[in-house]
Design a protein around this ligand. Structure first.
Ligand code: GAR
Length: 210
């Protein structure tokens, strides 16, 4: 089974879903550790409850972004992950960090990329008059939310939706899309090659989670 380290900053619901999938005997990956940049991230308690070791790296404990990332990278080396899953991790990784784990880092973003990268995606999708929204699980490259997509899933935008309404609806499909993407990558059915997601064997890239 592939070793996964999940990075969180918040409630950790995606991390928990991944951990629940990993509990199935036939799932090709396991979460060996959860890293957070926030000591008060709600996901830390969720991880501890199910016996996953947690590591907290508050940015303010380090003099620079480089020093912060060095500490994280050092612990990552000890954990020997095959795959790193960013799951609501709200910090941009440097090019140097990404290069150290090239092709091994996945992220989930709550929009149908390349639409609405960055923050505040739901408000922007509503203001743009979108009738559908969704999420994207993608390989991480240096540009923010720019790496190639592995799985996307869509939901309708309803008249009168607030950003919070839409976020909640998108989150329900995130919880299906991320386990599917992790399975595809862990099984070696999708990998990143020349900054593109390529299917090997029978997997369909661009598969939707339904
Ligand atoms: C999720 O909606 C995820 O897509 C989003 O944060 C939320 C985390 O929820 N990520 C980003 O916005 C990344 N820029 P969770 O902590 O309950 O998984």
């Amino acid at each position: 089974r592939k070793r996964v380290v999940a990075f969180i900053s918040g409630s950790g619901s995606n991390m928990l879903r991944l951990a629940q999938e990993c509990a199935a005997a036939d799932f090709p990956a396991e979460i060996v550790a959860v890293f957070s940049d926030k000591a008060d991230a709600g996901g830390l308690a969720k991880a501890q409850e199910i016996g996953i070791p947690t590591f907290v790296f508050p940015r303010k404990d380090f003099v620079s972004k480089e020093a912060h990332e060095e500490a994280i990278l050092a612990e990552l080396d000890r954990q020997r992950p095959d795959i790193v899953c960013l799951a609501g991790y709200m910090r941009l990784l440097s090019g140097r960090f990404i290069a150290r784990h090239e092709g091994r880092i996945l992220n989930i973003h709550p929009s149908l990329l390349p639409l609405f990268p960055g923050l505040d995606t739901h408000r922007r999708a509503i203001e743009a008059g979108m009738k559908i929204a969704g999420c994207t699980v993608h390989f991480v490259t240096e540009g923010m939310d720019e790496g190639p997509a592995i799985v996307q899933a869509a939901v309708p935008v309803m008249a009168g939706d607030t950003p919070a309404d839409l976020a909640a609806r998108v989150l329900t499909v995130e919880h299906r899309a991320y386990p599917l993407a992790l399975r595809l990558v862990a099984e070696g059915k999708v990998r990143m090659k020349n900054a593109k997601a390529v299917a090997t064997g029978a997997a369909a890239v661009g598969q939707t989670a339904s």
